[in-house]
Design a protein around this ligand. Structure first.
Ligand code: DC
Length: 223
C-alpha cells in the first residue's frame, strides 16, 4: 500500500498542530510536529549560552547535538540527547531561539533527513513551514493553514490564560508579527504556500470547522 504523506504548512499560531493532530487521529496516521525539532536545536543553543542569531556558532553546535522524535501512545515526544524536552521547548525564549536557528541553512540540512525518513516509513501528517515546498515536495496532500495575526494572537492569549499565564494581547501579537516576519523573510526555505497547496484560512472558522475542512481535503485528495 502506498504511504500517504500530508504536508501542513502555515504561520505560527494558525492552529496547525491542533488541527493536524485531530485529523491524524481520524485517519490513523502519525502526526509529526517539525517545529519541535527546530525548538530542540534552539534550546540546545540557549543551554550552551550561545547567541542564537550567530549562525556560525549555531552551526557549530550541530557537531555534538542529538535530536530525535519518539511516539508514545500516538503522541510525539522530542528528545535532546536522551532527555525528553517536549515541555521545555514551549517557552517564549525557546520559541524565539527556534525562529533564529531555523534561519541557519546548516540547521535545516541537519533536520532534513530526519523528517524525510519519518515520512518515508509512515502515513503521516507533517506540519511546519517548508514541508510542502522543500521537505515533501511530492506529498499527496498539501495544505496551507493560516489566519489573520489578530485572530492568532486572540487564540494564543486564550490558550495562555487557560494555562494560568497573563501575557498581554499586545505582547503576544507583537511576538506573532515578529516571528511571521522572520519566518517569511529568511533566505532559506522561507514560509510560503506551495503552488499545489490548498489554502485554508481559519480566521472565520471555529476549531471543529477547521478540522472538518482539513479532513475533507485529505479525503478528496486520497480518494
Ligand atoms: O511551529 P513552531 O512554532 O513550533 O516552529 C518553531 C520555529 O521553527 C518557527 O519559528 C519556524 C521554524 N520552523 C521552520 O522553519 N520549519 C519548519 N518546518 C518548522 C518550524
Amino acid at each position: 500500500m502506498d504511504i500517504i504523506n500530508v504536508a501542513v504548512d502555515g504561520p505560527a499560531g494558525a492552529g496547525k498542530s491542533t488541527v493536524s493532530k485531530r485529523a491524524a487521529a481520524y485517519f490513523g496516521y502519525i502526526y509529526v510536529d517539525t517545529g519541535a525539532l527546530y525548538r530542540a536545536v534552539g534550546l540546545n543553543a540557549l543551554r550552551l549560552g550561545i547567541n542564537t542569531r550567530d549562525a556560525e556558532r549555531v552551526a557549530e553546535t550541530l557537531k555534538d547535538v542529538k535530536v530525535s522524535l519518539g511516539f508514545k501512545n500516538g503522541e510525539q515526544r522530542v528528545f535532546l540527547f536522551d532527555e525528553d524536552v517536549s515541555d521545555e521547548i514551549r517557552t517564549p525564549a525557546a520559541s524565539m531561539a527556534a525562529s533564529d536557528v531555523s534561519a541557519v541553512p546548516a540547521v535545516r540540512d541537519f533536520l532534513f533527513s530526519l523528517q524525510k525518513d519519518i515520512a518515508k516509513k509512515n502515513n503521516c501528517i507533517m506540519d511546519g513551514r517548508d514541508i510542502g515546498t522543500v521537505v515533501l515536495p511530492d506529498a499527496k496532500v498539501k495544505i496551507f493553514l493560516t489566519a489573520s495575526p489578530e485572530k492568532r494572537a486572540e487564540r494564543r492569549v486564550k490558550e495562555l490564560r487557560e494555562k494560568g499565564r497573563d501575557d498581554s494581547y499586545e505582547d503576544v501579537l507583537k511576538d506573532i508579527i515578529e516571528r511571521d516576519h522572520n519566518d517569511s523573510h529568511r533566505a532559506v526555505a522561507p514560509l510560503k504556500q506551495a503552488d499545489d497547496a490548498v489554502l485554508v484560512d481559519t480566521s472565520d472558522i471555529d476549531f471543529e470547522g477547521s478540522v472538518n475542512t482539513v479532513i475533507n481535503i485529505i479525503k478528496e485528495k486520497t480518494r
